[in-house]
Design a protein around this ligand. Sequence first.
Ligand SMILES: [Zn+2]
Length: 97
Amino acid sequence: MRARGYGRRSNGISMADNTEHITCQEVVDLVSDYIEAALPSEQAALFEQHLNFCGGCMNYVEQLRTTVASVGALREEAVPADVKAELLAAFRDWRRT
Ligand SMILES: [Zn+2]
């Protein structure tokens, strides 16, 4: 997925050279934009690419999607800070294994 914007990054995503992937942390940071379809297509593609191999993030996104579908909008309080911290801890564990 290198249709356009190749080699140029924005929105605070920092990646080394040509590595075409984002981290779990970035998924958490970008998920609200993704769900609201506010991500540039290149980033949305990278986001989806991550979900393809990371079941944890996929579940996380699905969970938020469900929340959005029921409340009609994604608000910061939809993701309690402690839940977010637990998810990030879980992500770190997965990455170690
Ligand atoms: Zn992930």
